[in-house]
Design a protein around this ligand. Structure first.
Ligand SMILES: *Cc1c(COP(=O)(O)O)cnc(C)c1O
Length: 258
């Protein structure tokens, strides 16, 4: 009989696998950030995860991120002020990882630490304009359609560098890296070729000094493919089901539309 692992067990197992993959890639485990994707998690699970010391949480829809940030940030502040729990992280960092519409930028900006999913110049311009009003510099990544599937968001691999050059000059934006998703269920060889091609563009952009020294993150890898992603150079893995259990059967098909 198999039992559903508890969240502490699942977290420990994911961390061990990250460490093993990092060792193969000759990275320190601390070079790889674990971002917990909470889109199918229950609020109690997110609270528990915070008490286990995880600080980075991600949603793919603005509305759900807003609702959860309101709930979870309050819980976090309460825990901190009580000084109850030594393992709780000193701050929460919310990540936006799904397709972002321009009319949702304004409510999102005060809440997020990093937007992984910039896929057009117009979206970047809107973020820049709203960031300026807030007197903020917003950390962003360009989402690259590394698997070249027509239904996936992201700019073509060949267009990332040019968009990066345009974004890097915007005062309200700090470009910190690239994000990609491999094709769902793809064979390992195909996954690796997606990740390594995005890694090549990343290296080329670094060489061109696009984004300066802040440009140093590659957000690649999900529950089913984070090990090959780390071996191909990922510095941020976005993990949902390996922590919280399989997606519910009635979960909407992943369109990454908001
Ligand atoms: C849902 C999602 C993930 C996490 O997926 P799992 O397979 O549950 O780990 C990662 N990245 C993005 C962009 C997602 O939408």
């Amino acid at each position: 009989m198999t039992r559903k692992p508890t969240l502490p067990d699942a977290l420990a197992a994911v961390k061990d696998r990250i460490a093993a993959a990092a060792a193969l890639a000759r990275h320190e485990p601390s070079d790889i950030s674990l971002i917990a994707v909470t889109k199918y998690a229950a609020p109690e699970q997110i609270r528990e995860l915070l008490t286990l010391g995880v600080a980075d949480v991600a949603e793919n829809k603005v509305q759900q991120l807003q609702q959860r940030a309101a709930l979870i940030n309050e819980f976090h502040a309460r825990q901190l002020s009580r000084g109850a729990d030594a393992t709780i992280a000193p701050r929460i960092r919310w990540h936006m990882i799904g397709h972002l519409q321009r009319n949702k930028v304004k409510p999102l900006l005060p809440l997020v630490t990093l937007i992984h999913s910039i896929d057009s110049l117009r979206l970047a311009e809107e973020i820049d304009a709203q960031a300026e009003k807030l007197g903020k510099k917003v950390n962003v990544m360009i989402q690259v359609n590394g698997s070249e599937e027509p239904q996936k968001s992201g700019v073509a691999i060949g267009a990332a560098s040019h968009l990066g050059e345009q974004i890097a000059t915007m005062p309200g934006i700090q470009l910190v890296g690239l994000m990609t998703m491999a094709a769902y269920g793809a064979a390992e060889k195909e996954l690796r070729s997606t990740f390594s091609r995005v890694r090549e563009v990343f290296e080329e952009m670094k060489w061109l000094k696009i984004g300066g020294s802040a440009f140093r993150h590659l957000s690649m890898g999900m529950s089913d493919d984070f090990e090959p992603a780390i071996e191909e150079g990922s510095t941020m893995v976005r993990i949902g089901s390996a922590l919280f259990g399989p997606r519910p059967d009635n979960a909407p098909e992943e369109t990454d539309e908001d």
